[in-house]
Design a protein. Structure first.
Lengths: 530, 350
C-alpha cells in the first residue's frame, strides 16, 4: 500500500469523515447519556439479581460455544492439514460452508426437526456447529504453514510425536485458534435469534424482552450498555490475539513443509467418520431439515404474495442501508487509505463502532433516539436502514480503504499534470479504479443486512416484514412448514458473500498483502452472521 | 583417527518413486566434521534426514557409534537416536524464550547428574557467545544469532552426532564464512562429531575434516579436503569441487602422459594397464608465460577475467583448444598476446 503523509488532506474530505463518524457514534452515545441521566435508577438496575443471572447465562453460553467450536475445529483442522485423509479438498470446502448458514436458521432447522429442543446446551451445540469454521479455517492455515523443521528439531531433542503435538504444535497454533475463538465469543454474545429460539435468557433475549414487555426501559438500556462493554473487550482482545499470531514468525520462512502423517487404514476410518459426522451435523441436518419442511408442508401454507412481500422488504431496507453505509464509509475509507496521521487512525477506529456491536443494542439505542429527538422517524424504513448502516459500515470502510489504497497516488498527480482539475483527476484515476472494490463492499453490506434480525424487529414500520422477521414470526408460532421458504432464502443470501469471498481469495491468494487485508476484512464480514 | 562415530553403508532412501539416495556410503570419525557436498537434488538433504530418522530407509544400514539405528529390521525413532539437528533457518520455537529453546531437550529442572538445567543452558549460551540473551524471544535476534541458538539447542543433550543442514546458507556472505569457522572451532573443541550438508564446495573444503561428494544419490568420493580436490576420482567430482582443465592424452609411457601442453606425470603413478583417454588439471596448475611474437608453438590470450585475488586467463592453444589458467593477483597479459603454457604438478586420469 502506498500512502502519502506529506500532503494535507482536503478540508471537505475531513469534514465529511468527521460528520460520518459523529453520526455513526450518535446512537451509542445517546444510549450512554440515557443511562447516565437515569442515575440511581440505572445504578439499581445494574445491581439487580436479574443482571447477574443474565451475565452468568451469557458467560456460560459463550464458554460452552467456545469449547464446542474448539472441540469441532481442532481435530478437523488437524486432519485436513496434517494427514493424508482422503477427499481433503472436498472436506475443506465442507468445513467452511457452515458459515453460510445463519445460526438462527440452523436453530430453526433443528427445532423443526426436534421441537422439544430447548435450553442452553442445545443452543451452544447449534452455535458451535455454525461458528467452528472461524477457528478451523485460521487453524488449518497455520498448521499447514508451520515450519516442519521445528517439529523435526523437537523429535531430535527426544520428544515423542504426542509430546511434539503438545509442546510444539499446540503452543504455535494457539494464537490463531485464540483469535478465532474470540470471534466465536463475540458472535455468540451478539446473537439474538438462536438464543431466543432455544429460550436461553442471555443478554440479547433479556434486553429484547424487557424492551417489549415493560415501559421501564432503563433496565434494557443498562443491560445493553453492559453488553457493549463486554463486546468491546472481546473486540480488543481479538485484535490483540490476531496481532500476536502475525508476529510469531521466526527465520527466513524457507523452512520445511509441515509433515503430513500417513494414516493407518483403521485410523483413516476413524478420521473419515469424524469428518463425515461434522459435515452431517453442521450442514446436512440443517439443510435437510429445511428441505424436508419445504417438501412435506401443505401447499396452502406457502403464500407467494407474503414471500414476495418479505423479499421486497428485505431488498428495499437493505439497499437503503447499504447506500447509507456507503455515504458514511467513503470519506472515512478514502481518508484512511491516503493519510496515516494519528488522528486519521483514531477517526477510522471510531467509525468501526458498529463492528461487533450486537444488533439489539443499536436497535434499542435508535428506538430511544428517534422517540426523543425525531418521533416522526420512529419505526420508519429510514431508521431501520440507518441501523443497518451503523452496524455494517465497517465492511464498506474496509472495502473502500483497500480499493483506494491499491491505486498508486502518483496516478492522480500525473492526471493533474496533464491538465485535469483535482476532482476530475481523482475521478478519472483513483475513483475509476477503486469503484469495483467499493461496490463489492456495498454488496456485502446489503447481503449482510438482509440477514439482520433483532434491530429489524425493533425498528421496522408496523406491518413491514423481511425474510428474517418472517422466519422469526413463523418459528415463534411453530409454523415450521411455513417458515421453510424463508429459511432457504436466507441460506442462499448468506451463501453469496461466502462464495464471492472464496472466489476473490482464489484470485488474490498469491500476494500476501492482499491475503492479510482479506483476513483483516473477513472478521467484520463474518461477525454479523445473523 | 579413532573409530567412526557414524557409519552409513549402502543406503537407499526414496519417497515412493525412484530412490533419491542410491547406495550411499560414508563415515565420520569421532570428533570430526564430515561435509556432504553436492548439487541441489543430489540427495544430500535426504541422506541427512535419513540419518536423523525423519524418513524410513529402503535398504542399507546406519550406525551411530556401535548402535544400529537403521537396518536389519531396526528403525529407531528420531527421539531415541541422540542426534542433534540444525536446519537452514534454525527452526527455533517462536513461543519460547532463547533459554527455553536451548533447554528444550533437557529435563525441566535438573540434569541426571544433579546440575540445574539452567546452569547447562547458561554454559551453552556462553559457548555460542550469546550470554545474557536467554530472556529474549527468537524473533528479536538476528539471523546469525538464531543459528547460534539452534546450535546450542542441538548441543544441549550432548548428542552423539550433530547434523547441520545448510545452516549458513540463509546468511549473507561475510557472516557465512565468519560463523562457519567459529562453529567449526566450537564443535571441534567440544569434540562433537558433525555432519555438515552444503551445496557450497568452498564451505565444505574449508571447514570439514573429511569431504564426501554426493552425485546423483551416491557418495562418489570421500576423503580429506586436499585429497578430494587434488585427486578427484572422476571428472564429475573434479568438476563439482572446482574448475578443471581436461586435456586429451596423445601417448603414454611410464606414468607420464604426453599432451598438447607437453609431458604430464600422472597421479597415482602406478602403471595402469588401460590407457587413460584424458587427463585433468586444475587451472592453478597452468603457468602462462609471455612468448615472442612469431613463436609458432605459442597460444594466444583470448580473455582475461580479473577477480581481485586472482585472474583467470583463457588461452587458445595452437591446435584450437581453449584452456583456462589461474594466476594470483593481476596479470600484465592482455587479449591477443602470444603465450606459452606450462604445467606444474601431476595430472589425474579421468
Amino acid at each position: 500500500m502506498t500512502r502519502t503523509t506529506a500532503r494535507r488532506p482536503p478540508l471537505p474530505l475531513v469534514g465529511a469523515a468527521v460528520v460520518a463518524v459523529v453520526v455513526m457514534a450518535l446512537p451509542l452515545a445517546y444510549l450512554m447519556v440515557r443511562v447516565l441521566d437515569s442515575g440511581p435508577e440505572a445504578w439499581a438496575a445494574l445491581w439487580r439479581l436479574r443482571t447477574l443471572e443474565t451475565t452468568l447465562t451469557s458467560a456460560v453460553l459463550v464458554l460452552l460455544v467456545m469449547a464446542g467450536a474448539l472441540i469441532l475445529a481442532a481435530p478437523t483442522a488437524w486432519l485436513l492439514s496434517r494427514t493424508d485423509v482422503p477427499l481433503r479438498g472436498l472436506f475443506f470446502v465442507l468445513m467452511a460452508l457452515p458459515l453460510a448458514v445463519p445460526s438462527y436458521v440452523a436453530a430453526y432447522a433443528w427445532v423443526a426437526l426436534i421441537p422439544s429442543l430447548t435450553g442452553i446446551v442445545p443452543a451452544a451445540i447449534v452455535m458451535s456447529l455454525c461458528t467452528f469454521p472461524y477457528v478451523a479455517l485460521p487453524l488449518s492455515a497455520l498448521l499447514r504453514r508451520m515450519d516442519g523443521g521445528q517439529e523435526e528439531a523437537a523429535r531430535s531433542l527426544g520428544l515423542t510425536p504426542a509430546a511434539v503435538l503438545r509442546r510444539v504444535v499446540a503452543p504455535n497454533a494457539w494464537p490463531a485458534a485464540a483469535a478465532g475463538l474470540l470471534l466465536v465469543a463475540l458472535y455468540t454474545l451478539a446473537e439474538f435469534g438462536t438464543v431466543s429460539i432455544f429460550r436461553v435468557d442471555a443478554f440479547t433475549r433479556v434486553i429484547f424482552a424487557s424492551y417489549r414487555a415493560s415501559f421501564d426501559r432503563t433496565a434494557a438500556a443498562v443491560l445493553a450498555l453492559l453488553l457493549v462493554v463486554l463486546a468491546l473487550a472481546l473486540v480488543v482482545a481479538e485484535a490483540r490475539a490476531r496481532g500476536r499470531a502475525a508476529r510469531w514468525r521466526v527465520g527466513s520462512g524457507s523452512g520445511r513443509p509441515a509433515p503430513v502423517l500417513a494414516l493407518t487404514p483403521g485410523a483413516r476410518g476413524f478420521a473419515l467418520a469424524w469428518l463425515i459426522g461434522v459435515a452431517v451435523l453442521s450442514l446436512a441436518v440443517p439443510i435437510g431439515s429445511i428441505l424436508h419442511q419445504l417438501l412435506s408442508s401443505q401447499r396452502r401454507e406457502f403464500d407467494a404474495a407474503d414471500f414476495l412481500g418479505a423479499l421486497a422488504g428485505s431488498v428495499s431496507s437493505s439497499s437503503l442501508g447499504a447506500a447509507m453505509a456507503l455515504v458514511l464509509a467513503i470519506p472515512v475509507g478514502v481518508l484512511a487509505a491516503r493519510y496515516t496521521a494519528r488522528w486519521v487512525r483514531i477517526l477510522e477506529g471510531g467509525a468501526f463502532i458498529g463492528h461487533g456491536l450486537p444488533g439489539v443494542v443499536i436497535g434499542l439505542a435508535l428506538v430511544f433516539l428517534t422517540l426523543m429527538l425525531l418521533p416522526a422517524a420512529y419505526q420508519t424504513l429510514a431508521a431501520l436502514a440507518f441501523a443497518y448502516a451503523v452496524l455494517f459500515a465497517p465492511k464498506a470502510i474496509g472495502a473502500t480503504r483497500t480499493s483506494v489504497a491499491s491505486v498508486p497516488p502518483g496516478m492522480e498527480s500525473v492526471a493533474r499534470s496533464l491538465g485535469r482539475g483535482p476532482i476530475s483527476a481523482w475521478w478519472t484515476t483513483t475513483g475509476r479504479l477503486a469503484w469495483p472494490g467499493v461496490a463489492a463492499g456495498a454488496l456485502l453490506v446489503l447481503l449482510t443486512a438482509m440477514k439482520e434480525l433483532p434491530a429489524t424487529l425493533m425498528l421496522r414500520p408496523t406491518g413491514f416484514d423481511t425474510l428474517a422477521t418472517r422466519l422469526w414470526s413463523r418459528t415463534e408460532v411453530e409454523a415450521f412448514g411455513a417458515a421453510a421458504p424463508y429459511a432457504l432464502a436466507l441460506v442462499v443470501v448468506a451463501a453469496v458473500p461466502a462464495w464471492l469471498l472464496s472466489r476473490w481469495l482464489g484470485h488474490h491468494a498469491s500476494t500476501s498483502e492482499t491475503a492479510d487485508e482479506v483476513e483483516w476484512q473477513s472478521s467484520p464480514v463474518s461477525v454479523e452472521k445473523s | 583417527m579413532t573409530a567412526s562415530a557414524l557409519a552409513v553403508s549402502d543406503l537407499v532412501v526414496g519417497y515412493g518413486g525412484p530412490p533419491v539416495v542410491r547406495q550411499a556410503s560414508c563415515t565420520a570419525a569421532a570428533g570430526t566434521m564430515l561435509a556432504v557436498v553436492g548439487a541441489s537434488g543430489s540427495g544430500k538433504t535426504t541422506l541427512l534426514r535419513a540419518i536423523a530418522g525423519f524418513i524410513p530407509v529402503t535398504s542399507g544400514t546406519i550406525l551411530i557409534g556401535d548402535r544400529m539405528v537403521d537396518g536389519a529390521g531396526v528403525m529407531t525413532p528420531p527421539e531415541r537416536r541422540n542426534v542433534g539437528i540444525v536446519t537452514q533457518d534454525g527452526s527455533l520455537f517462536p513461543h519460547l524464550t532463547v533459554a527455553r529453546n536451548v533447554g528444550f531437550g533437557l529435563p525441566r529442572r535438573m540434569l541426571p547428574d544433579g546440575t540445574p538445567t539452567s546452569d547447562r543452558v547458561d554454559e551453552l549460551l556462553h559457548l555460542v557467545g550469546l550470554s545474557g540473551l536467554g530472556d529474549r524471544s527468537p524473533h528479536e535476534l538476528s539471523g546469525g544469532q538464531q543459528q547460534r541458538v539452534a546450535l546450542a539447542r542441538a548441543l544441549a543433550p550432548r548428542p552423539d552426532v550433530v547434523l547441520l543442514d545448510e545452516p549458513f546458507s540463509a546468511l549473507d556472505a561475510g557472516l557465512r564464512i565468519e560463523l562457519g569457522t567459529e562453529v567449526r572451532d566450537l564443535l571441534q573443541s567440544a569434540g562433537t562429531t558433525t555432519v555438515l550438508v552444503t551445496h557450497d564446495q568452498d564451505e565444505a573444503l574449508s571447514l570439514a575434516d573429511s569431504v564426501a561428494v554426493m552425485i546423483d544419490g551416491r557418495i562418489a568420493q570421500q576423503g580429506a579436503p586436499e585429497e578430494v580436490y587434488a585427486r578427484p576420482s572422476s571428472l564429475e567430482v573434479a568438476d563439482f569441487l572446482g574448475e578443471v582443465v581436461v586435456l586429451p592424452v596423445l601417448s603414454l609411457a611410464a606414468g607420464v602422459a604426453t599432451t598438447v601442453l607437453g609431458d604430464i606425470s600422472l597421479d597415482p603413478t602406478e602403471v595402469s594397464s588401460e590407457v587413460p583417454h584424458r587427463v585433468a588439471l586444475r587451472p592453478e596448475q597452468l603457468v602462462v608465460m609471455p612468448a615472442p611474437h612469431g613463436d609458432r608453438e605459442a597460444g594466444v590470450v583470448e580473455a582475461v577475467v580479473y577477480h581481485g585475488h586472482d585472474s583467470m586467463i583463457e588461452v587458445r592453444l595452437p591446435d584450437g583448444a581453449v584452456v583456462r589458467a589461474r594466476a594470483l593477483g593481476s596479470t600484465e597479459l592482455t587479449r591477443g598476446d602470444p603465450v606459452r603454457v606450462a604445467v606444474t604438478g601431476a595430472g589425474q586420469r579421468v
